[in-house]
Design a protein around this ligand. Structure first.
Ligand code: SIN
Length: 270
């Protein structure tokens, strides 16, 4: 793929690229936006260094790719409800994303992507792992693909947020999606189940569902499908939630790690 503006350097052949040559806080022209989209479609998660994103710049960047989505459980920051703080310090009892997941997959229309900007980091640790759900699907045997292709599964977030937030009566989203989805842009097939959110395969008995999901949750953790991003202050990661999962490593307690995330709306998976 040819780029006129961006300098795109893959981290692995399967997932992840570092991107240079763009100031993400500045208004972007059509060519730059189109190249960013191309890079995201090709590498599934793209990383940037030395960016200075203001709240407005962060939201503008997200809106080049779609409307911004709210979070069903976590309120946005003051005066910018579309921006969620990702923060951990010595008082934290959990961190966002500490298990494999695709953001808000429990929504009826899960987001297409998320853009995370980090402004404070521990001296060491706090990396994020990303796994390619194309690579995870492609690595399955034809027989396993044939079993999984027609199945659907329930994605639920109640078991996570009810424990974390005091409002025990609140109902969080719970929706059924295909176990294998087709990416709406690339048309490639990818796995769409995650340890954090997927609770049941509808067409199987509970015992069978637990066994198949257990296998798949283990499968997506294979390092052969992954890249690992070592953050620096002012780094940005932009990932495609439709074909990746991620895992935020919390190996820096009690240090501070702090950033802001916007999430871009997506379509109903098919
Ligand atoms: C998340 O969006 O799941 C958090 C990712 C991170 O903190 O690295």
């Amino acid at each position: 793929m040819g780029y006129e503006i961006l300098d795109v350097r893959p981290l692995t052949k399967r997932i992840g690229a570092e991107v240079f040559g763009v100031d993400l806080n500045a208004p972007l022209g059509n060519q730059a936006v189109s190249e960013l989209h191309d890079a995201l479609m090709q590498h599934q998660v793209i990383f940037f260094r030395d960016q200075s994103l203001t709240y407005e710049g962060h939201k503008r960047l997200g809106r080049y790719f779609g409307d911004l989505a709210g979070h069903s459980a976590v309120a946005g920051i003051a005066e910018h409800p579309e921006i969620v703080a990702i923060h951990a310090d010595e008082t934290s009892t959990f961190v966002a994303g500490e298990d494999w997941h695709s953001d808000l997959s429990e929504n009826a229309e899960p987001p297409m992507g998320s853009i995370l900007y980090m402004h404070e980091l521990p001296d060491t640790g706090g990396d994020t792992l990303f796994s390619s759900m194309y690579a995870a699907y492609d690595a399955l045997s034809p027989a396993m693909k044939a079993l999984l292709d027609p199945l659907t599964a329930v994605h639920d977030s109640n078991h996570i947020y009810r424990e974390l937030f005091p409002d025990v009566d609140k109902k969080y989203p719970r929706n059924t999606h295909p176990v294998v989805r087709t990416h709406p842009v690339t048309k490639r097939k990818c796995l769409f189940v995650s340890q954090s959110k997927t609770v049941r395969i509808n067409e199987l008995s509970k015992k069978e569902s637990d066994a198949v999901l257990g296998f798949l949750f283990d499968h997506v953790k294979d390092p052969n499908f992954q890249c690992r991003f070592r953050w620096q202050k002012k780094s940005v990661a932009f990932w495609d939630n439709r074909c990746t999962q991620h895992f935020a490593v919390w190996d820096y307690f009690p240090d501070v790690r702090s950033g802001f995330r916007v999430t871009i709306t997506g379509d109903r998976p098919f």
